[in-house]
Each structure stands twice: as structure tokens, then as C-alpha cells.
Design a protein around this ligand. Structure first.
Ligand code: DAH
Length: 337
């Protein structure tokens, strides 16, 4: 029996020496309830009373030795695992960090949002229309029949004879009036297209914001008050506006509207090219033919409309002298806003 105990001890030690030894399996195999050492202890009944305490003591010693060896191996394995992990997950705190770069809105988007806020504050709603538009909405319904000279100044990209890329946001006026009955108070910002060559002041793609108000008793003074409020919120409290007679086929009377130069206050400077005034939009009273085309009775209702170039307003506001800067994605420009 003593020999058997020695064999158990040696076998257990040998197993614990093997690399990657499964220590739990060793514990169960030798020290567990059904383990080899337990089996020996069970057989102790067959021993003589003298032998019993000797073998018992020996069995206890063997158990203690195996347990001690197990503890050592388990501790060593744990330490090795920890060391491996520390090596694997080594952190170099001196390495430069990864910096998240946060972008911001494009200057045109910013200007558009700002303008929208101003008009929303005056009770306007935002209306949208398609960029691929029918000739009917872009021209005919706006009192610009085929061969009308106004088409020359708004030459655009045609998809078919009847479908084109809209050259202005004014067609949205027609779409809104067809669907809604007065009172109407909408603005409509969006992209427009013209077959112009790209230079410092022209781009084949640019942005406009249209405005339309239709109700009973709307007059030119409503137009003036609305635009003055807009101009003062956008360009500063002291801004004055000026109407110059003009012609648009879809308004009568029509005007071009200037704001007093917010840099020099009207004295004349580089920004206003010595004029003291800067042109920002076209406007007028909605032509009775246009109202009629949209099913609104011009004997009952009247309205005003205006349209401005977003690029132009933004360039004026920030003193930008080249429209191409908006589309070139040059960070040196964009970062300034
Ligand atoms: N659509 C015109 C243009 O692109 C601008 C304009 C003028 C719009 C007068 C209007 C308006 O609504 O009443 O040149």
C-alpha cells in the first residue's frame, strides 16, 4: 500500500510537469471523491491496527504534497497568462492620440438656415419643388411663353423639349398655388441651373430662395415691410432697402431690390463698388395672369413674390469675391466659417 501511495505521488507529479497540464483534471483524478488516493484510503480497513496510522499519515502527506504541487502549478499558469496578456496589450502612453476632426455646415447651408429662420419667424412655411422641372412650370405658367426673350437670360439644360433643369425657384410658386388656396405664405430654397460658363460670378449650378405671399388685400407695402425686416435681421439693424423699377414677366409691377452697404453704411466702398448699395433680389406683385394660371381669382386675391440668389447674399454678407470658392471643397476657405 505504501508503494501504491508512492506511485500515485510520482504519477501525479509527472503529470503536473507536462506543459499545459490540465490541473483540474489532475486534481479530480488523484484527489477527487472517486480519485486514486481516496481509493487507497478506502482499502485501509484491510490493514492491521499497527499499520493503519502509519499508512494514514503517509496518505495525508501524499495528499498535502500533491495539493501543494497543484497550487504551485496553478499559480504559475496564472502568472504566465497575466504576463502574456500584459505583453499582448502593451500600451504606449507616449504615442500621439487619434484626433477626431469635427466638421461643420457649409457656408451656403448656414446662410440658408439663417434666412429660413428669419422668414419662419415672420410666419412663412418652407415649400419644395423638383429640380427636374416641366417647361410649363419653369416658364409658361410664369407668363414666359415659348420664344419670349426672358428665356434667353435663363438658358438652362434641357432633358427633353418639355423637361428641363429649373433655372429659378419661381416654378415652386405655381406648384404651391395649384395645391393650396390663399392665404399662402411660403419660401422655397433650392438648387437652380443655367447653362452659364463657370467664372468668378457665374456658376451653372447655384441656389435661390423664393418667397410668395397671396391673400386678400396684399399690397406692395407688405412686400416692402417684409423685405426690410429680412434685410435688417440678415445684414444689421441700420440696413436700408431701395426698390428700383425693373421687369419680370411674372410680376407687375416689378422691382430689383438693393440693400444699403453694411460695410460703409452707404458712403461707397470696395464691397459695394463705390455704389453704397448692393443688389440682392428681384421682387414684385404677382402678375394677374400667373394667379389665373394657378386657379386663383385675381379679382379677389393679390400677392407679392421675391427671389434671391443664396450665393449672392452669402458673398455679400461675408465679403467673398469668387463664387467658385463655394464648390471647390478647399478647406482653407471652408474652415473660415
Ligand atoms: N426668378 C427670378 C430670377 O431668377 C427672380 C425673381 C424675381 C423671383 C421677381 C420672383 C420675383 O419671385 O417676383 O431672376
Amino acid at each position: 500500500m505504501k508503494e501504491k501511495l508512492q506511485q500515485i505521488k510520482q504519477a501525479a507529479f509527472a503529470e503536473l510537469q507536462t506543459p499545459d497540464c490540465d490541473t483540474e483534471a489532475v486534481r479530480v483524478k488523484y484527489l477527487g471523491k472517486k480519485g486514486e488516493l481516496t481509493a487507497v484510503l478506502r482499502g485501509m480497513g484491510a490493514l492491521t491496527p499497527e499499520e493503519r496510522p502509519v499508512v494514514g499519515q503517509m496518505a495525508n502527506d501524499v495528499r498535502a504534497e500533491i495539493e501543494a504541487a497543484l497550487t504551485t502549478v496553478v499559480a504559475a499558469a496564472k502568472e504566465k497568462a497575466l504576463n502574456d496578456r500584459l505583453v499582448r496589450e502593451k500600451l504606449d502612453v507616449t504615442m500621439p492620440g487619434k484626433c477626431e476632426r469635427v466638421g461643420h455646415q457649409h457656408p451656403l447651408t448656414r446662410a440658408q438656415r439663417e434666412m429660413e429662420e428669419i422668414f419662419i419667424g415672420m410666419g412663412f412655411e418652407i415649400a419644395e419643388g423638383p429640380e427636374v422641372e416641366y417647361d410649363y412650370y419653369n416658364f409658361q405658367a410664369l407668363n414666359i411663353p415659348e420664344n419670349h426673350p426672358a428665356r434667353d437670360t435663363q438658358d438652362t439644360f434641357y432633358i427633353t423639349d418639355k423637361i428641363l433643369l429649373r433655372s429659378q425657384t419661381s416654378p415652386v410658386q405655381v406648384r404651391v398655388m395649384e395645391k393650396q388656396s390663399p392665404p399662402i405664405r411660403v419660401i422655397s430654397p433650392g438648387r437652380v441651373y443655367r447653362s452659364d460658363a463657370l467664372d468668378a460670378t457665374h456658376s451653372p449650378l447655384f441656389h435661390q430662395m423664393e418667397g410668395l405671399v397671396v391673400d386678400k388685400g396684399i399690397t406692395m407695402s407688405d412686400l416692402k415691410g417684409t423685405l426690410e425686416t429680412f434685410a435688417r435681421k440678415m445684414f444689421g439693424d441700420k440696413t436700408e432697402i431701395r426698390f428700383r423699377p425693373h421687369h419680370f414677366p411674372f410680376t407687375e409691377p416689378s422691382a430689383e431690390v438693393d440693400v444699403s452697404c453694411f460695410v460703409c453704411g452707404g458712403k461707397g466702398c470696395r464691397v459695394c463698388k463705390g455704389e453704397g448699395w448692393i443688389e440682392i433680389l428681384g421682387a414684385g406683385m404677382v402678375h394677374p395672369f400667373v394667379l389665373q394660371n394657378c386657379g386663383i381669382d385675381p379679382e379677389v386675391y393679390s400677392g407679392f413674390a421675391f427671389g434671391m440668389g443664396l450665393e449672392r447674399v452669402t458673398m455679400t454678407r461675408y465679403g467673398i469675391d469668387d463664387i467658385r470658392l463655394f464648390y471647390e471643397n478647399d478647406e482653407r476657405f471652408l474652415k473660415q466659417f
